[in-house]
Write a protein that binds this ligand. Structure first.
Ligand code: NAD
Length: 334
């Protein structure tokens, strides 16, 4: 089976090649390019493709993949908001993902953002390097006893709740489906309005879909405690960035930690240090002392990379066996 691997960085290539030792029947070809209508011709003559979070798997792209007789799409991520599953189903192209490569890695990154924003280690690091040991401006707060709101309590949200309960926080949760494990840890489910009004910190762990798009907007912000901390390690479009900036100016948001950004596709995972970034909203976000942005690195730990590589190859290998139900295949729900 010949597989075109898109958005492939050297670290992806290393872990995929190491994992492929056990899957000799799969031949991998690596492309740094993101999959898009401009790069789609690279997929011609391949049996399957493998993609990441910012690859374009819209209807037009999938139609072209079908015309090339590509037989499977193996995502190297958990989220699949970038895939037109309806179109893939119509072409009978199975789409696989890696649902649980390491929920802890993303949960721990959300906590890293909380700790950085609270104790201002991003600012302290630069001060100390310049011989400035003054503490004015670095005052933090104790997490113990604070109320943390977790929106989305699946794999990552549950891991996040476990850590925050360990800190001694009161954890309020909202999800369209309750997770009994989270309740057994000591968290409490509530409605969104209560979560907004009582939380000191709100962390997003739900998928991006029509019901969660711009969940954080001027309306939801107006229901929150003044000075609330918002953390988004899920998908950028959960937050309306312009309205978050307005919230930062008004002090409604006291701290903002983002690992994802709605328009991240043209920037993240690339070295843009010699380029002009033509996104004034993003540039403005970077000017706030109480905003920390990381470039979609929540998943980026050693264990997670290995699990992603192993599971991606296992997902593809299923295509070589006759019939049957596939594991980790995403199904389109009307
Ligand atoms: P999951 O499917 O295990 O959990 C998602 C939870 O969100 C589920 O419990 C679901 O019921 C809930 N949900 C769905 N719609 C909701 C809504 N409208 N309101 C509230 N909750 C809702 O997924 P997961 O593995 O925990 O991942 C969560 C998200 O994290 C992914 O969708 C992805 O976008 C993101 N992610 C980010 C990174 C990163 O590197 N930053 C890595 C992996 C995943």
């Amino acid at each position: 089976m010949k597989v075109a691997v898109f958005s492939c960085k050297p670290y992806d290539k290393r872990t995929l090649l190491a994992a492929s030792d056990e899957h000799q029947e799969i031949e991998l070809f690596f492309f740094e390019s993101r999959l898009s209508l401009e790069t789609i011709s690279l997929a011609e003559n391949f049996d399957a493709i493998s993609c990441f979070v910012n690859d374009d798997l819209s209807r037009q792209v999938i139609d072209r993949l079908a015309s090339y007789n590509v037989k499977a799409i193996a995502l190297r991520c958990a989220g699949y908001n970038n895939v037109d599953l309806c179109c893939a189903k119509a072409h009978k192209i199975p789409v696989f993902h890696v649902p649980d490569y390491s929920p802890t890695s993303v949960a721990e990154h959300a906590v890293a953002l909380i700790m950085t924003l609270n104790r201002k280690t991003h600012r302290a690091y630069h001060r100390v390097k310049e011989g400035n040991f003054a503490l004015e401006g670095l005052l933090g707060f104790n997490l113990e006893g604070k109320t943390v709101g977790c929106i989305g309590t699946g794999r990552i949200g549950a891991a996040f709740c476990r850590i925050m309960i360990g800190f001694g926080c009161n954890v309020l949760c909202y999800d369209i489906e309750e997770n009994r494990h989270v309740v057994s840890l000591g968290a409490e489910y509530t409605d969104l309005e209560t979560l907004y009004s009582r939380s000191d910190i709100i962390s997003l762990h739900c998928p991006l879909n029509a019901s969660t798009h711009h969940l954080i907007n001027k309306h939801s912000l107006s229901q929150m405690k003044p000075g609330v901390m918002i953390i988004n390690t899920s998908r950028g479009a959960l937050v309306n960035a312009q309205e978050a900036i307005d919230g930062l100016y008004r002090g409604q948001i006291g701290y903002l930690g983002l690992d994802v950004y709605e328009q991240e596709g043209d920037m993240f995972f690339e070295d843009m240090s010699d380029n002009i970034i033509y996104d004034s909203v993003f540039q403005l976000l970077l000017t706030f002392p109480n905003v920390v942005v990381t470039g979609h690195q929540g998943y980026f730990t050693d264990i997670a990379l290995h699990h992603i590589a192993d599971t991606t190859l296992e997902n593809l290998k299923q295509m070589l066996s006759e019939g049957g139900e596939y594991k980790r295949e995403l199904t389109f729900k009307n």
